[in-house]
Design a protein around this ligand. Sequence first.
Ligand code: 16G
Ligand code: ZN
Length: 545
Amino acid sequence: PQQQSLLLDSAAQFPLPQGVKFSYGTSGFRADASILESTVYRVGILAALRSIKTQAVIGLMITASHNHVSDNGVKIADPGGEMMSQEWEPFADSLANASDSKQLLQLIVEFVEKENIQFGGRGAEVFLGRDTRPSGESLLEAAKQGISSIVGAVSVDMGVVTTPQLHWMVRATNKGAKAFEQDYFDQLISSFRCLVDLIPQGDRGNNQEKLIVDASNGVGGVKLEVIKKSIHGLNFEVRNAGKEGVLNDGVGADFVQKEKVTPHGFGPADVGIRCASLDGDADRLVYFTALPNSNSKIELVDGDKILSLFALFIKEQLSILEEANKVNNSYQAHLGVVQTAYANGASTDYLKQTGLEVVLTPTGVKYLHEKAADFDIGIYFEANGHGTILFSSNFLTWLDGRVNELGSTGKGSEQLKASLRLLAVSKLINQAVGDALSGLFLVEAILQHMGWSIHKWNELYNDLPSRQLKVKVVDRTAVVTANAETEVVSPPGIQEAINVLTAKYPRGRCFIRPSGTEDVVRVYAEASTQEAADDLASSVAKLTD
Ligand code: 16G
Ligand code: ZN
């Protein structure tokens, strides 16, 4: 009863805006910030309930990532730092759309019963974070109100953080580790240092040319400036750090990857230099280098290539270990990579040719993450630059043991170094979620290790020309796909028509899928020439009209 009146009173302060329908999509709720207060308030409630249910700390992040500065959004991180379980998404939807406080209360009562959520044990604890959007401050207040409308629930405000930092904090706390921002920085800096120190002497220092980072005028720039003060072994400059320009406006990973031109703030003086771009909440990373005399055109080094670089490095370390294992005991580490249908066909071919196991999933981090967790070392990336590496706890335990064993012999053997490198990667990379900052430092450490320039890296394989189109449709749910979105099963006949068109082009590949974030159907096509890819995409787009 105390709980019920508390909820009714506080919910009344956050009325639902008229005529909108919210849906917890692939990246939580997103909308124009001006209509989000009630949603964020309700997600506060949801987070508190999730915390009670899981008896663990839960994260609530306020961000709209690479979207316009006037948008905002909210999503939940589960105890392991991963996206909220899909089982709770329908409840999130109904909460967000409840017409008034009475209906809201009723939904909560029913759900608490159905999920058997037990009040009275450990109270809810929710970590809050937000990106640099001006609307974040008042939305954060709404989240706090939502959390405190559940009796005994507390929130901890982590302030302005990157999305991956908040996920990391949740994960680390639930593992019993120290998890403040400084701990995040310390771990990143020390594991980067460790990788650099383990670079074979002969190769060291081949890659000390400056790196320039476009921080999308977002939170990533703020954090990089902090890291810059204490990191050694990397020469970098941060641009679009958010002091002047507008968030995500002609800048950032999404812009660079889609438009394939340099972001604002870059000019002819930067031609040929190794550059990286983060998105607005720093969970996506791409690299690029500006081409000479080309009207700002770039050579894009996308998520697929970051994945390839990581995979190559890890495979090299594993093979050093396996050499030794033939004599000794032990562990056949299962390495796998996870991509979506958007991965450039050339990348998938390349990975397979190097002997890697490649799995495809539907678009959206939650699908890739889940699959990657099936391996001892699972590397996943979307072409757009979101990805990370997951290590199984079995493998890490084995690796720890190996380090102790090898270390005690007092010899700096190659096996010891390879084990230490893998351990350092597992600490540097954010295993909760894709993280542009940790991804960036891992890329840099590996490039230094290999002694590679960005050009050398980019030459691992040549991307096939591709084209993406979107088609506005009345009902995008009419398009149903299978096989990781590579095949249309409904409406009938479409897939056959796509097959016929695709067969006309050398190296042709094409698929369509309903967007998870917009009311459109997306078309992706690739082929041996840009013209062919463009043709294929537009002829397939016509099929969906
Ligand atoms: C979301 C996803 C991203 C995906 C994109 C596709 C997360 C955290 N984000 O932003 O991974 O690439 O949606 O958008 O899962 P689309 O469905 O509109 O093509
Ligand atoms: Zn993002």
